[in-house]
Design a protein. Structure first.
Length: 281
């Protein structure tokens, strides 16, 4: 199953069609993504019944109509140095446990966006993003995927000067400018993926591939991240976990390379789709 939003309302997506779940269910299920995700097992059970959805009455699932799968998450978590290759390019030791920070929810935007660069040192980081369904507190790693509604494509855009300014890093602020959390185009349930722990992801800048890896090379996999975070913070329906980025970021290059006005960044993950961002000065 694939789900997203159109005009802030939750839709299910199949091929070129998007169906509003509130309208299709006669109001049984809410249009608000957070409320629907709180009952995600029941929503899925309804949607998977033969004939429950008349796909011929769907609206176009065009990329320019789709918003972020969760437009207003209450909590957004990021994970630093979660790929060995990224730690190595940064010249840092592998973390003994997940390095977790927050992205403020106001940075979230949809799969197609023009983003204003606030400085000359904005970097890219393609990431698999876990969308929490029913969530919970102290979830075991072996039950983590049960708490996840689906996965989507994300970019953890980062303003490196602010990130490293001062006596301690400003990760959360540096990664939360408007538009610094694009996600989409849809979220995909794990039954549609051959192996949700082993997906190809890549990022290209003006057609040049700058990042390419597989999620199986994470240091801490999705289940371990859900378990670690939820043992501290209860995970709520619609929360997002940006799970880390592989090597190839601009700040890891010699000389460093950063985003410029007029450039286009394309991020893709196998089995999910792609998001595109253009940048303005």
């Amino acid at each position: 199953m694939r789900f997203g939003t159109v005009g802030g309302r939750l839709v299910l997506v199949r091929g070129p069609a998007a169906v509003d779940i509130a309208r299709a269910s006669g109001g049984t299920w809410p249009a608000d993504p957070l409320r629907a995700l709180a009952s995600w097992p029941e929503v899925r059970s309804w949607a998977e019944q033969p004939g429950a959805i008349d796909w011929s009455r769907g609206q176009p699932a065009a990329a320019d109509l789709l918003g972020p799968p969760v437009p207003h998450p209450r909590q957004v978590f990021g994970v630093g140095l979660n790929y060995r290759s990224h730690a190595e390019e940064a010249g840092l030791a592998l973390p003994p446990e997940p390095l977790v920070f927050t992205k403020f929810p106001s940075c979230i935007c949809g799969p197609l966006a023009e983003i204003t660069l606030p400085a000359a040192t904005v970097d890219w980081e393609v990431e698999l993003v876990a969308v929490i369904g029913t969530g919970g507190h102290r979830i075991g790693a072996d039950h983590a995927w049960e708490a996840i509604a689906g996965v989507t494509v994300g970019q953890d855009l980062s303003e490196r000067t602010l990130q490293h300014r001062g006596s301690s890093p400003q990760f959360s602020l540096a990664k939360s400018f408007p538009g610094f959390g694009p996600t989409g185009p849809v979220a995909v349930t794990t039954d549609e993926l051959p192996d949700p722990d082993d997906l190809a992801l890549e990022c290209s800048l003006d057609g040049e591939t700058v990042q390419s890896a597989r999620t199986s090379t994470m240091i801490f996999n999705v289940g371990e991240l859900v378990a670690y975070i939820s043992h501290i913070c209860p995970l709520l329906p619609g929360d997002l976990i940006f799970t880390g980025t592989p090597a190839g970021v601009g700040s890891g290059r010699n000389p460093p390379r950063y985003l410029r006005p007029g450039q286009e960044l394309v991020s893709r993950i196998e089995g999910i789709g792609e998001i595109r961002q253009r940048f303005a000065g």
